[in-house]
Design a protein around this ligand. Structure first.
Ligand SMILES: [Zn+2]
Length: 246
């Protein structure tokens, strides 16, 4: 007998149906991007020794600057998928991220579940957030990660039609709700090491912000990022996602 999750995929319920079957904090996991049934997206290449740190839901006035210090201390460049609404409120911080050599991508304007949005709303979320980030940074924005990983074919198609490359991930844990840095690091290193054994680079998601609450504590996520840099610095190369999209 099919599990509810497998049944959801087989009858083509798509991301919204899968999430309806998933419990609370596991919504992200239910949209596990190993499946390409929702369309083409950049995840990671079959290549060992490379890691991409990516940060979603910022910029955040407290945690993003702290993260920038840590990244600079380790000489690591990362990718930030920003919420347009938060970026517009903190243009100086966005410029600091760009000036430090990190890659900036779009994470929508207001972080809705795009699997539930109309095609017009999807387009508006993408157009508005990309325009804001391009005006702030003066650079072209080329990457898009859908909020909650919601990747209906028309969401990814709309992004590609605008010249935005959809990006998913292959190493994530519920860092947004986990107060223990050790647990976040333990789960992520397990995933990274398993990907490595199978010959894959790791596209790692952590959160430097919270789309609903600028005061959310992202200390455990930021500390986890630092621990990953310390652990893999000697053996792995940290890259930004544009190096995988040649
Ligand atoms: Zn998000």
């Amino acid at each position: 007998m099919l599990s509810p999750l497998a049944a959801g995929i087989s009858v083509g319920l798509g991301a919204a149906g899968l999430v309806g079957l998933a419990a609370g904090g596991f919504a992200y996991a239910a949209r596990w991007p190993a499946s390409r049934i929702f369309g083409r997206a950049l995840i990671a290449p079959k290549r060992t020794g490379e890691l991409a740190l990516t940060f979603d839901d910022g910029p955040n006035p407290l945690w993003t600057p702290r993260l920038l210090e840590i990244l600079a201390g380790h000489g690591v460049r990362a990718t930030f998928f920003m919420v347009g609404r938060a970026a517009e409120q903190q243009p100086e911080l966005v410029r600091r991220v760009a000036a430090a050599g990190h890659l900036i991508g779009v994470h929508s304007w207001s972080h809705p579940d795009l699997a539930l949005a109309s095609a017009a709303q999807v387009r508006e979320e993408l157009v508005r957030s990309r325009r804001a980030l391009e005006e702030i940074t003066g650079a072209q924005i080329r990457y898009f990660r859908p909020p909650f990983g919601a990747r209906r074919p028309y969401v990814l198609r709309a992004a590609r039609e605008m010249g935005l490359e959809p990006v998913l991930w292959n190493a994530m844990t519920s860092d947004w709700s986990e107060p223990s840095t050790d647990k976040i690091v333990g789960r992520l290193t397990g995933k990274i090491d398993r990907l490595e054994q199978r010959g894959w680079a790791a596209n790692i998601v952590l959160h430097d912000g919270n789309h609903l609450d600028l005061a959310a504590n992202r200390g455990p996520s930021v500390a986890a990022a630092e621990a990953l840099m310390a652990r893999y610095k000697g053996t792995h190369k940290f890259v930004t996602l544009d190096s995988w999209n040649l």
